[in-house]
Design a protein around this ligand. Structure first.
Ligand code: BGC
Length: 907
């Protein structure tokens, strides 16, 4: 008893005395991921301050325990891995080094940390992951489906229904299902949908990889008879378009493997094979991502996915050829319905034709609520904008029919939403709604279901400039709407491809707003998959449109994104894995060098603001950047970037070689394009100055003059507006601000007149357009939801206006640079970014005399804070003087550990 008391009294100093608590445990970036296939997953946790006011919180040591059962974990037995106490401040990217993880293994884990004073924390709440099927032979299942004799011209397949009954005779301890249904699928167990994924699995080049998903279905297995039901749609496996450029992989097919472990230790599996039944007579009569879905509720086969259904009329599933690609676990977040919008208005266009306005250009589909006679057909058509007469503007959708058709079964209230299509839209035209003639359907008839890869939103931004806030809103909606397990160019027309060029630096912008680590890691695999043996990388990946132009600027994204993953998440693994592929591509491109220059580029500075509002592409030579200039400057930057990777990956010889080649390329570039007398390159477009400036190619003595020429061009030729296309826009805002003209960047960002992001807002945009003149140009190419022209705008908002960025040598925000730039007439900015270490926040305001900056730095990180201040700074922090690290004209810099700080300076 006495001992127990003593123990109780000293317990707090043993456990739980630490000033930090480990939380938000993740494996491979995800919370409790199921069915991963990385055998040495990376673990991370966030340290929460016990006292939110505390400063200087650090982790001095950690201990991770990984157990094969929940019980072992609770008992503190790390039968898979017990690191013991490791003296380290590492709380992200901690690589699992325990016992080898086998197919299907479950891993339960928790972490304990010690704080800066050596005090131990309590154990975290338990977390888990499970392994997928790691070897092809683990899949005892066969691919099943039904190949049509000839669908090359029709491409209208009814969604297949597949079913299989099985018995679970004993009490189940654990049941796990692994499956892939191509192109798209929904799984049911005893009538209930398994999981909440939509448009699953993710897109890949199916000749290289096929993704499968894993669910723990222990709770869904019933005692006795069970039924698996699978709905199979076309997706991109069964090509949505019959044209020469779109690859078709085949007819829909599925593979499924259900593992059941009984309480008594017995095991059984249920696998897809010829004993399954198949029907093509289900309610989804046609489904196409671009064209829409046709659903006839009269054909619902009630109870098809439950026990007792008479499947006597169904045919046996056919064993079909497996896709050529290797099965791989889907490691990124799935697509989900993340939000439901209610229409802001319903208008009658003419009798029986109604237009719903969702109030926001969104991506997903509609949920319909309707009651009426059997056989009534309701048609929904989707568009981003309206014509002057209030009808849908669909010319810019090209051949995408974007039409969903629902046929009522006539049994009272019917609620329906499509499964195997999606649309990019703000307006919906509804025809055929039953009801009293001339009485419009109420707003409850239709809701907008917002669909995208469900990545955590990781940022907030608001400022004193309402236009800037609206632009941020538009970027947020545009970016998330273009996540369709790949980053697409657009969500609405007949394209929706993973265009590489669009994401060069936009991906860095995105990294501030969403947790994109796993998503972009996956896309890098897609791109590596689409590389040709000779090293060529296409401009679209997965290469559903196999466009191999040996272009520089578009495929350059393959190289750049690895730097983003490193800087923003401290992730070197993708870089390491894809380094050989990147190197191969860089070397392949070298074969095109001519006199040290890359004399080609496929698209140029795509979509510069044209001189004539009707044009898509400018024909004014003064606006067009020379393609050799683009290709060569990009090649220089790519050589330097891969040299950096080589150094990070400890390949000094490679690094030296790339650096040397970069110097040679720059020498040729200067010789060919530089006009020192005018401080311009070639014809002096904005982009032709931005690239050499940002890439550091300009001879030091000429930098000032080149920058001066750039700002002169912006002020005089563009009247303070943007004059770049996709390529220049990737570096524009940073070039201006880094060189001391944040005011020009701010002016460009907040212009309300053409061209600019603010102009789009003035014209009612709620996302970002493809073209600066998206309101007037030819419909062949005026998507209302394209992210490419965002360029580095969000990087600028977060890194410069809010002043939050990661210190290059301590990537992933382990050390944070806080350096707000109070541009233009901004009087306040308040922003946050959720890093892997936790949320970093800044909030600043200024008046004529003072600048006040509040900063929050999460535990286990530190920051270099630069505060705008008069030359002799009298800066206070929380009301007291503070010692600076250094002062420069107009700013003072401080080094601070974690915590919340309030700096006040005199301006
Ligand atoms: C796409 C763009 C892409 C471009 C390149 C367009 O059709 O929508 O986003 O980068 O083509 O040509």
């Amino acid at each position: 008893m006495k001992h127990a008391l003593v123990l109780l009294l000293i317990a707090p100093t043993l456990f739980g005395a630490a000033a930090i608590r480990p939380q938000q445990l993740r494996a491979e970036y995800r919370v409790n991921p199921q069915g991963i296939d990385v055998t040495d997953p990376r673990l991370s946790w966030v340290l929460a301050a016990v006292d939110p006011k505390a400063r200087g919180l650090r982790q001095s040591a950690y201990r991770v325990i990984v157990a094969s059962t929940e019980r072992a974990l609770a008992a503190g037995t790390g039968d898979l891995w017990d690191t013991g106490k490791v003296a380290s401040d590492q709380s992200t990217q901690v690589v699992y080094r325990g016992k080898p993880l086998t197919s299907g293994a479950a891993a339960f884990w928790k972490v304990q940390v010690w704080d800066q004073a050596g005090q131990p924390s309590e154990w975290s709440a338990p977390a888990q992951w499970s392994m997928g099927l790691l070897h092809p032979q683990d899949w005892q299942a066969k691919w099943i489906g039904r190949d049509e004799p000839d669908t090359t011209t029709a491409h209208r397949l009814a969604a297949r229904l597949l079913r299989k009954e099985f018995d679970a005779p004993k009490t189940v301890r654990r049941a796990t299902v692994y499956y892939s249904g191509l192109g798209l699928s929904e799984l049911y167990l005893n009538g209930a949908k398994v999981g909440d994924h939509v448009l699953s699995p993710g897109l890949t080049d199916y000749d290289k990889h096929v993704l499968y998903v894993t669910f723990d279905v222990t709770k869904q297995i019933a005692a006795g008879r069970n039924v698996i039901g699978l709905m199979l749609g076309n997706g991109r496996y069964h090509a949505p378009r019959v044209d020469a450029r779109t690859r078709n992989f085949g007819d829909p097919k599925a593979i499924l493997h259900l593992d059941v472990e009984y309480q008594d230790g017995a095991r059984a599996s249920v696998v897809s094979d010829e004993s399954w039944k198949l029907s093509t007579a289900g309610p989804i009569r046609a489904n196409n991502e671009y064209d829409g879905e046709e659903y006839d509720a009269r054909l619902e086969q009630t109870g098809w996915n439950r026990a007792g259904f008479d499947d006597g009329k169904w045919e046996p599933a056919h064993i079909v050829a497996a896709p050529a690609g290797v099965l791989a676990a889907q490691m990124a977040e799935p697509l989900r319905v993340t939000e439901t919008l209610k229409p802001v208005s319903v208008k009658m266009l003419k009798r029986g034709v109604y237009i719903f306005d969702m109030g926001q250009n969104m991506v997903g589909w509609c949920r319909l609520r309707v009651a009426g006679p059997k056989g009534t057909q309701v048609t929904l058509r989707h568009a981003e904008t309206l014509q002057p007469d209030g009808s849908l503007y669909v010319a810019n959708l090209r051949t995408a029919r974007v039409t969903d058709l629902y046929t009522l079964k006539g049994e009272g209230a019917e609620v329906w939403e499509p499964r195997f299509t999606y649309h990019g839209f703000r307006y919906v035209e509804m025809i055929g709604f039953p009801g009293a003639p001339g009485v419009p359907p109420g707003p409850a008839a239709l809701e907008g279901r917002v669909v995208h890869d469900d990545m955590e939103k990781s940022a907030d931004f608001t400022s004193s400039n309402a236009l800037l806030n609206q632009i941020h809103h538009n970027m947020f909606w545009g970016i998330r709407g273009n996540y369709r397990s790949i980053p697409t160019d657009c969500p609405q027309r007949d394209e929706r491809q993973g265009w590489l060029g669009d994401r060069s630096q936009v991906s860095r912008s995105e990294a501030y707003m969403f947790d994109v680590a796993a998503f972009y890691t996956k896309w890098m695999t897609d791109i590596a998959d689409s590389q040709k043996p000779d090293g060529s990388v296409p401009v679209v990946s997965p290469n559903y449109w196999p466009n191999y132009y040996d272009d520089l600027t578009w495929p350059g994204t393959f190289v750049f994104v690895h730097g983003m993953l490193y800087d923003e998440y401290g992730d070197k693994r993708a870089m390491e894995r894809n380094y050989p592929a990147m190197k191969k591509w860089i070397d392949h491109e070298a074969t095109f060098l001519k006199d040290g220059l890359i004399p080609k580029d496929q698209y140029g500075d795509w979509c510069v603001p044209p001189e004539d509002p009707k044009l898509i592409h400018s024909v004014d030579p003064a606006r067009i950047t020379d393609k050799t200039l683009l290709g060569t400057s990009y090649y220089y930057e790519l050589l330097r970037t891969i040299a950096r990777y080589a150094r990070l990956l400890d390949k000094p010889a490679d690094a030296a070689d790339f650096d040397k080649r970069a110097v040679e390329v720059n020498a040729a570039f200067q010789k060919r394009f530089f006009k020192p007398a005018d401080g311009i390159y070639d014809n002096g477009t904005q982009t032709s100055s931005i690239l050499p400036l940002y890439f550091g190619m300009v001879p030091p003595d000429n930098r000032a003059a080149v920058f001066e020429a750039l700002t002169r061009n912006i002020e005089q030729k563009s009247d303070g507006h943007v004059g770049t296309g996709l390529v220049g826009a990737q570096w524009l805002m940073r070039t201006l601000t880094d060189n001391g003209r944040p005011d020009v960047a701010y002016q460009i960002a907040t212009q309300k007149t053409y061209p600019g992001w603010g102009y789009m807002v003035q014209k009612g945009a709620t996302t970002i357009w493809e073209l600066w003149n998206g309101d007037t140009a030819d419909p062949a190419m005026n998507s209302g939801n394209h992210v490419m022209q965002i360029g580095d705008l969000a990087v600028w908002m977060y890194e410069y206006l809010a002043g939050i960025r990661s210190y290059p040598d301590r990537p992933g925000f382990q050390r944070v640079i806080i350096h707000p730039v109070p541009a233009g007439d901004l009087t306040f900015v308040k922003a946050s970014h959720k890093s892997m270490y936790g949320t970093i926040a800044t909030s600043w305001k200024r008046d004529a005399a003072h600048f006040t900056l509040e900063v929050t730095i999460p535990p286990n990180t530190s920051a270099l804070v630069t505060v705008p201040a008069k030359e002799t700074p009298a800066v206070t922090e929380s009301g007291r003087p503070i010692k600076y690290l250094r002062v420069e004209p107009g700013a003072a810099t401080y080094e601070v550990p974690s915590g919340t700080y309030t700096f006040v300076s005199t301006l």
